[in-house]
Design a protein around this ligand. Structure first.
Ligand SMILES: [Zn+2]
Length: 204
């Protein structure tokens, strides 16, 4: 799916018009929250099956242009990682890939198709990995994002994650320059967030 205003991959669904939009053409506005008017969808969330990996791979390429992600100290290929799948009418419409790092479950990639955003699937996928971390007796979840990614910073902090570390210039180093990110903000720094599992109850 492509941005309504350019050829870049679309990452978001415009809250006003519903069109698909890329990060650069997304904007930010402060509005009164209307919790009762949120969209809600009916999704199935479960561990991704092998048959779903070709579709998962395609979605990763559509969003990111590749299946590899660099976060924390590692480089991961999401085609090699476990994942939770989000399905609407039996179609894969989102997924969350993760890796286990010592005592932590690391969220490596989370994608939801623009037309299915705003209906709670991202949150359901994160809750699924919180459950997975609990079953594996891990003590925390970690996720890295970039300084421009205000939707991700909003999303994870609202679920109880807190900023644990900022690595200035990390992404400039990785990309070899400053790329244009969300709403035209330069992509520079890696922001690392964490959720200690004992704190999860307040997020539920
Ligand atoms: Zn665009």
């Amino acid at each position: 799916m492509r941005c309504e205003l350019c050829k870049r991959p679309a990452w978001y669904r415009c809250g006003r018009t519903g069109v698909a939009i890329c990060p650069v053409h997304a904007s930010l506005e402060v509005v009164a929250s209307q919790p009762d008017e949120g969209r809600s969808g009916s999704f199935e969330v479960r561990a991704a099956t092998l048959e779903e990996y070709p579709c998962l791979k395609q979605m990763a390429v559509d969003f990111w242009g590749e299946t590899e992600m660099e976060c924390f100290e590692g480089v991961y290929d999401v085609t090699q990682l476990p994942a939770f799948a989000g399905l609407a009418e039996e179609e894969l419409v989102g997924f969350l890939s993760y890796a286990i790092e010592e005592d932590a479950l690391s969220i490596v990639m989370l994608n939801v198709l623009p037309e299915h955003q705003g209906a709670g699937l991202g949150q359901e996928l994160v809750k699924a990995v919180i459950g997975e971390a609990g079953r594996r007796n891990l003590s925390r979840l970690i996720v890295g994002t970039s300084n421009d990614n205000l939707p991700a910073l909003h999303f994870y902090q609202r679920l109880g994650f807190v900023i644990a570390e900022v690595v200035p210039g990390r992404i400039v180093e990785y990309h070899g320059g400053v790329e244009e990110g969300f709403a035209g903000i330069g992509v520079r720094d890696e922001i690392r967030l964490g959720l200690v599992l004992g704190d999860v109850d307040q997020a539920r």
